[in-house]
Design a protein around this ligand. Structure first.
Ligand SMILES: [Zn+2]
Ligand SMILES: [Zn+2]
Ligand SMILES: [Zn+2]
Length: 108
């Protein structure tokens, strides 16, 4: 596994049972594609393919390095600082998420 030096920042060991979507998109009326959760504080943001890229923006604002995908079937995590993908078996659980408003708009 590639080196990530930020594993001691992980404060979320159990993923939430469900989330309503990207919290920043919900606050501003924007739309997200895929959801990511910050493993330092539990902030739920959207991926870099979403118009607002709130997960990246949260990292830029807070310095929190690690996110994990909340998409169904995806268990990967990503360190923004080391720019490395990693698997974190110590983060448990699966999160129920609503369908992406962007994907709904684009259709199947
Ligand atoms: Zn790292
Ligand atoms: Zn967002
Ligand atoms: Zn955070």
């Amino acid at each position: 596994m590639a080196a990530c030096t930020h594993l001691d920042t992980i404060a979320v060991s159990e993923l939430p049972e469900s989330v309503d979507g990207c919290e920043d998109c919900l606050a501003t009326g924007s739309r997200w594609l895929h959801l990511r959760i910050c493993l330092a504080c539990g902030h739920v943001g959207c991926c870099d393919d979403s118009p607002e890229r709130h997960a990246s923006r949260h990292h830029a604002d807070s310095g929190h390095p690690l996110i994990r995908s909340l998409e169904p079937g995806e268990t990967w995590s990503w360190c923004f600082v080391d720019e490395v993908g990693l698997a974190l078996p110590q983060v448990r659980g699966t999160t129920r998420i609503p369908p992406s408003p962007l994907a709904l708009e684009w259709g199947p």
